[in-house]
Design a protein around this ligand. Structure first.
Ligand SMILES: [Ca+2]
Ligand SMILES: [Ca+2]
Length: 484
């Protein structure tokens, strides 16, 4: 690993001069020099189960992050489920390499991640290792309880137990101490997170240390409990009905979809209620983003901070006859909102390259000037910020084991490959789905089994390579042309 020696030396000089006293002007100058050369801070806000469809309902996130930075229009997760995605985010690896392939042991969950000792090397330990202050807030990995000791790598640790989904009556493990919260308006978890993170930004800044904040509210995950001040805000919002909504003809679809009836009136009523509550739940994140950006500005660190916004997975409501959920390889589940602002990042820019949750950890490492470990499968996105047309991956793997999914979806375990144009999903019962996303972006007409056999073979081979790839081999396999 490499560090920014100049920053470390500058800080040391400032501290020595400050300790010596007397030479106050020299000390001030040295502190200024240290500040100017200070590595950038990173504030990473990760929402839970937020799909691209509801993302535009956060005007503050748009104004303060997207309009001030770059939006990635093709951002994906390699497994559309909380714990696999969050494990990937911590390590920059595909799920087959984190070993977390579900939300529950033995396939996945917090306990699996801990048992496999994955916490010994995460983006937190890498950044802490080069002098960053690191802080975690909110939802860690599924199955984490307030009694579980904080993992290595975090200077500040404030992770919630399972009740965090309600945003009230939860417990936090705060730096090893269990703290219980009630259900008063000021106990709303996303607001508590904002308060703590804001205070730590002030403290870390005063200490003259660069910082990495991982801010993970549970919103807008079910059971959809918005902050009291936002309840009813979207009570009349119309449920979007994109072309895949309640898909009429599912004869092109695999058996688990063909077995679903058309949505009933009650289904649509339920979904509509949840949609409205999801929009309301987003508002607390919008407030959180505003608060953190405001604090960064107050302490003079906004221009030296990457503020990054993403969701851990997408979500579907009524699409392809599925009522509500994630954990499929359909576009709405694997696509996530993703934008960032920061030093040198052009304002209002867009990047079309396919970027992954695998890329978050190596990107944060690159921002901090750290070379990540060889086990990392993802790659730094910084080259795309300099040149959106930089050479980039042409495909990636999506895993979808559906181990805890809806009972009817259980036989549908799958591996999928996504290229710039095609999406092939290969189910373990021998069924396939293949879409040409240029002509069928809503995935209404699977080309299987009428597709060109050479195309199917090329895409299937790519799945075979990617499902066992590690580190550099993943990047090589992703970069090679496939079926186009
Ligand atoms: Ca999630
Ligand atoms: Ca169809």
């Amino acid at each position: 690993m490499t560090t920014r020696i100049g920053w470390a030396r500058g800080l040391a000089t400032a501290l020595v001069l400050a300790v010596l006293g007397g030479a106050s002007v020299a000390a001030q100058e040295a502190r200024k020099e240290a500040k100017a050369d200070r590595p950038p801070n990173i504030v990473f806000i990760l929402s839970d189960d937020e799909d691209l469809g509801i993302h535009p309902y956060m005007p503050k996130v748009k104004a303060l992050i997207e309009d001030e930075g770059v939006t990635f229009d093709n951002a994906f997760v390699t497994y559309s489920l909380c714990c696999p995605s969050r494990s990937t985010i911590l390590r920059g690896q595909y799920p087959h390499n984190t070993g977390v392939l579900g939300n529950l042991p033995p396939e996945g969950g917090f306990k699996t991640f801990r048992l496999l000792k994955r916490e010994g090397s995460t983006v937190a330990t890498w950044l802490q290792g080069v002098g960053y202050r690191t802080a975690f807030y909110g939802k860690y990995l599924n199955g984490y309880t307030e009694k579980d000791a904080p993992p290595p790598g975090w200077d500040e640790w404030h992770a919630a137990n399972n009740n965090g989904y309600f945003n009230v009556d939860y417990k936090l493990n705060s730096n090893g101490k269990v703290v219980a919260y009630g259900d008063a308006p000021e106990d709303y978890l996303t607001d508590v997170i904002a308060e703590k993170a804001s205070a730590h930004i002030r403290r870390f800044s005063a200490e003259g240390r660069p910082f990495f904040l991982y801010v993970a509210p549970f919103n807008p995950h079910s059971p959809y409990n918005p902050a009291p001040r936002h309840k009813g805000m979207f009570k009349d919002a119309d449920l979007p009905r994109p072309p895949a909504f309640d898909e009429a003809d599912v004869s092109d679809k695999p058996g688990f979809i063909q077995g679903l009836p058309l949505l009933s009136e009650k289904d649509v009523d339920d979904i509509t209620g949840h949609y409205r509550a999801r929009l309301e739940c987003l508002q607390a994140i919008d407030d959180l983003a505003e608060r953190l950006v405001g604090t960064l500005k107050d302490v003079g660190q906004l221009d030296n901070t990457y503020v990054v916004y993403a969701s851990d997975n997408g979500f579907h409501l009524g699409l392809h006859r599925m009522k509500e959920g994630k954990d499929t390889a359909y576009e709405e589940d694997i696509r996530v909102p993703f934008a960032l602002r920061g030093p040198g990042v052009p304002k209002g820019g867009h990047v079309g390259a396919m970027v992954l949750n695998n890329d978050f950890a190596p990107t944060f490492a690159a921002m901090a000037g750290v070379t990540p470990p060889g086990f990392v499968d993802g790659r730094s996105l910084l080259p795309l910020l300099k040149d959106p047309a930089a050479p980039w991956r042409r495909s990636f793997l999506v895993q979808r084991l559906g181990l805890e999914a809806d009972e009817r979806l259980k036989p549908a375990n799958a591996l999928a490959v996504r290229t710039g144009r095609y999406a092939l999903t290969s189910y373990n019962d021998g069924e396939h789905e293949l879409y040409d996303l240029e002509t069928d972006p809503h995935q209404l007409h699977s080309m299987e089994p009428m597709a060109d056999p050479a195309l199917v073979e090329a895409l299937t081979e790519k799945i075979t390579q990617l499902k066992v790839c590690r580190g550099e081999a993943c990047r090589e396999a992703e970069d090679a042309p496939v079926g186009e």
